[in-house]
Write a protein that binds this ligand. Structure first.
Ligand code: R5P
Length: 280
């Protein structure tokens, strides 16, 4: 039985269809002191697949509560699908005294589950922080689906860490060159990009990254592109923190294609088929 957290309802529903499994009823209440309570009245299944992107602190609580609720209801196997794993970018202590936040949340989530499935975590090694088996799903190829017919395309990663993603989207699209920028981040909204090498004049450009958060990386990349290149921005996780949409619009980005790991207007494609394949 598929159990959806409040922020992952469309994906959970698509997953239920893909796996031909029922979708559990979940209720959601917030108490006057701000505490949440999600519940699964009537849950009755041998296996629970809890689907919860942990994009917010509340979503972490929801995931823990849903795991506990289905265990209370007597399920014998819990799989926790974390389509977008929040805190994954804090995968080490960058300065003395800092936590390894990705490890801390992974350990907490491990206590209530038998397996974890996550989608394009910021670094593959984040899966090692879980105390239970963790499978990672690469859904980047789905980002080729919403692209229109492209003219002599070049798929560009905004930093070296996203080169493989750009290659995956290019391979799924079927043709095109790949390239990448070198990025230095000075602060959360101040990034410096060294220009890529491909000549994009008059070509179609597809920028590919795992996450668009503040939009600073993508806005910076667009500013280095020739004015007559047609630009498509794609990402697996459309986080869009703060004024990201405004930042991207001011940079001239007209369209962003993301997935439903975070459900929003930019969720042009579902990761459900890729996640279903990992669960079968
Ligand atoms: C960083 O290494 C990631 O791959 C993304 O490039 C980054 O998270 C994007 O963040 P922002 O949109 O805030 O620049």
């Amino acid at each position: 039985m598929i159990v959806s957290a409040s922020g992952s309802q469309s994906l959970a529903s698509a997953l239920a269809t893909a796996l031909d499994e029922p979708l559990a009823e979940t209720t959601y209440e917030r108490f006057p002191d701000g505490e949440l309570q999600v519940a699964v009245p009537g849950f009755d299944a041998e296996r629970a697949i809890v689907v919860c992107s942990t994009a917010t602190s509340d979503a972490h609580i929801e995931a823990l509560q849903l795991q506990d609720a289905v265990r209370e209801a007597g399920t014998s196997e819990i799989v926790t699908v974390i389509p977008y794993m929040g805190y994954a970018r804090q995968d080490r202590a960058f300065e003395s005294g800092q936590p390894v936040s990705a490890r801390a949340v992974a350990r907490a989530l491990s206590t209530g589950t038998d397996h974890v499935v996550t989608v394009n975590p910021h670094e593959e090694s984040v899966g090692d922080f879980f105390d239970v088996p963790c499978a990672t799903v690469d859904a980047a190829g789905q980002l080729a689906n919403p692209l229109p017919d492209l003219d002599d395309p070049v798929f560009i990663a905004p930093d070296a860490g996203a080169i493989e993603l750009a290659e995956t989207v290019r391979d799924a699209y079927g043709t095109g060159e790949t390239d990448h920028f070198e990025k230095t981040r000075h602060s959360s909204t101040d990034v410096e990009l060294e220009p890529h090498t491909a000549d994009v004049t008059g070509r179609d450009v597809v920028l590919v990254d795992d996450i668009v958060a503040t939009g600073s990386t993508m806005a910076g990349a667009v500013s280095h592109l020739s004015d007559d290149a047609r630009v498509f921005v794609t990402c697996v996780h459309p986080v869009f923190a703060g004024m990201a949409r405004t930042r991207l619009a001011r940079a001239g980005v007209a369209t962003v294609y993301g997935t439903d790991t975070i459900e929003c207007a930019e969720s042009a494609v579902s990761v459900a088929p890729a996640v279903a394949a990992a669960l079968d």
